[in-house]
Design a protein around this ligand. Structure first.
Ligand code: ZN
Length: 150
């Protein structure tokens, strides 16, 4: 994350948190967790531009959270919202995640995509991801290398 920051990337978290909709924890608890994460990252001089979360689930959620929303990945809603609210060019952005739904959300939003997969990826994952690496540091290094070869 430090490396990406050095190259002027904004860091934004987009996360499915259907545990909220399922009633496992509250939005307030999630906000508290996010604040703790921000504080931990700040110790390393890493600053998130924003955090977006989807509390919904189409089936398995309390009535007030049960819906087919446009934010739950693989839908691109959170990325589109981030782009709008922070003037981010999605075509110059990278979606990095450890699930195929992350890659699919990124693709639908017009981002380039990196799947984090410590285990051998499936054919579907290979087919849909721009790159596959085993951890976030390697993802950042690949991005920076691609900047240097522009
Ligand atoms: Zn949602």
């Amino acid at each position: 994350m430090q490396l990406l920051q050095q190259f002027s990337y904004q860091l934004i978290v987009v996360t499915n948190q259907s545990g909220i909709g399922r009633g496992y924890f509250s939005e307030q608890q999630f906000h508290h967790f996010s604040e703790l994460l921000d504080a931990q990252l700040a110790l390393y001089h890493i600053y998130l531009t924003a955090t977006y979360f989807c509390p919904h689930h189409p089936v398995d959620a309390l009535p007030s959270y049960r819906r087919d929303c446009t934010c739950r990945k693989p839908a691109p809603g959170m990325l589109l919202q981030a782009s709008k609210e922070h003037q981010i060019d999605l075509s110059q952005s990278w979606m990095i995640g450890d699930r195929l739904s992350d890659v699919q959300a990124g693709k639908r939003a017009g981002c380039r995509t990196i799947l984090l997969s410590p285990d051998p990826p499936s054919l579907n994952e290979i087919d849909q991801s721009d790159w596959i690496v085993d951890n976030l540091l390697h993802a950042a290094q690949k991005i920076v290398e691609s900047e240097n070869t522009k």
